[in-house]
Design a protein around this ligand. Structure first.
Ligand code: FE2
Length: 415
């Protein structure tokens, strides 16, 4: 139980509000790095297929801490903080690579893939002079390890000794969809990295919020790719911490609601837009269940995405208080025929930094960042479906996903 005094008072309405100060306050940000990112949470580190051979590594940031995920000679996967125990220099600074051991470029301190310190240059001095004292124990100066668990080839790590095993942390709802999407071997098709001029939580809010998805993305709505009037649900996991929103494009029952309501998608201006080449949205039933969009989030910043046949993992890295980096890993499957790979690549025009659907997500957070900055004592209002953080079926007109995220947030932050 956290006995520290709360950093600030959360509005009395609870998670139907988010206080604007959490997007700009440096003390809040620092507390998030410790209490959330190094707290009782699991974090995406990468994929096993990215590091097939001994010494293959990839870097991932957990909050503001760089972490090395590495394949050991024994075939396992280890994770440790990317920081030399000597002066604190990063050991590795390229995102991917292969190394024989972990050597710091600064003074060549050398570590094995279990993080043990193996050599200190001039540790015995020269001509009997200088060097390390006799009581210097190399075993006291290894790299800081993370707990690691792997689910369907997806590698997660945590700084916490207390957090439950990964499968319990995810819960049955998120596990089911993870198995649905990641149950057969992935193939990496490519990467996007996207800097956002907004606090990291604003993008998480966006990803947990299907309310915006059929409104902000007027293009997708006009083409009937995603509408709230389709069969769908928002499933909540672990008491709201995680969310999964899905819909089935072929089940749209909405009639003219999007055309007659005062939405941009129904405006005269949008009426002029269509596709000269509809092949960009040609798709196949990916999993045989008719679900055409499924966005899963894992607290705090993990996203597993199926938008039509674009499969991707997104992870949102805080970059200071008012910035963040969205890292996309675009995926197909190892057994994909070539036409499927080509189809996925074409549909990638829908997602990513300049995707027809998702480019708006990158900019709208900045509108909130700038809009809220001047009034840190005010709060946003999220009352669709009241204060529920429960699963909602046959509707997605609920902000339960965002409220659920802040339920976890408040618990870990003690606010
Ligand atoms: Fe969106």
């Amino acid at each position: 139980m956290d006995q520290r005094a709360p950093l600030f008072d959360w509005p009395e309405e609870g998670v139907r509000r988010t206080p604007y100060l959490i997007y700009t306050d440096p003390d809040v940000h620092e507390a998030e790095m410790q209490r959330i990112f190094r707290g009782r949470t699991w974090h995406y580190l990468g994929l096993e297929i990215e590091i097939p051979h001994a010494g293959d590594y990839r870097l991932m940031d957990v909050g503001d801490t760089s972490v090395i995920m590495v394949r050991t000679p024994g075939g396992g996967v280890n994770a440790m903080v990317n920081r030399c125990a000597h002066k604190g220099s990063m050991l590795l600074f390229e995102l991917f690579g292969n190394v024989k051991e972990l050597m710091c470029i600064y003074h060549n301190w050398l570590y094995d893939f279990d993080g043990n310190l193996r050599n200190v240059p001039f540790g015995k001095g020269i001509n009997g002079k200088g060097g390390l004292p006799d009581d210097f124990q190399t075993c006291d100066h290894g790299l800081q390890r993370l707990r690691v668990e792997i689910l369907h080839g997806i590698v997660f790590g945590t700084f916490s000794d207390e957090v439950e095993p990964l499968s319990d942390y995810m819960g049955p709802e998120m596990l089911a969809n993870t198995t649905r999407v990641a149950g057969k071997e992935f193939k990496v098709l490519g990467y996007y990295s996207q800097y956002l001029d907004s606090n990291w939580k604003l993008y998480v809010e966006n990803a947990t919020d299907p309310y915006h998805a059929t409104i902000l993305h007027a293009w997708a709505t006009k083409l009937k790719l995603n509408r709230l009037t389709m069969e769908g649900a928002i499933e909540m996991g672990r008491g709201g911490w995680h969310h999964l929103s899905w819909s089935k494009m072929a089940t749209d029952q909405g009639g003219e609601v999007y055309e007659t309501a005062q939405f941009r998608s129904g405006s005269e201006e949008m009426g002029q837009f269509g596709l000269h080449d509809p092949s960009v949205i040609e798709q196949w039933d990916e999993f045989g269940d008719g679900i055409t969009t499924a966005i899963q989030t894992g607290f705090p910043n993990f996203m597993l995405q199926q938008i039509h046949n674009t499969i991707a993992i997104r992870v949102l890295i805080p970059r200071g208080v008012e910035g963040s980096e969205l890292m996309w890993t675009v995926l197909g499957y190892a057994d994909d025929e070539e036409w499927k790979t080509q189809g996925r690549l074409k549909q990638c025009n829908l997602i990513g930094p300049s995707g027809y659907i998702s480019m708006e997500d990158g900019m709208v957070g900045n509108l909130v960042q700038r809009g809220t900055k001047g009034d840190k004592d005010k709060a946003s209002v999220m009352e669709l479906a009241g204060d529920s953080i429960e699963t909602i079926r046959n509707s997605r007109a609920s902000e339960c996903g965002v409220r659920g995220f802040y339920t976890g947030y408040r618990e870990l932050m003690g606010v």
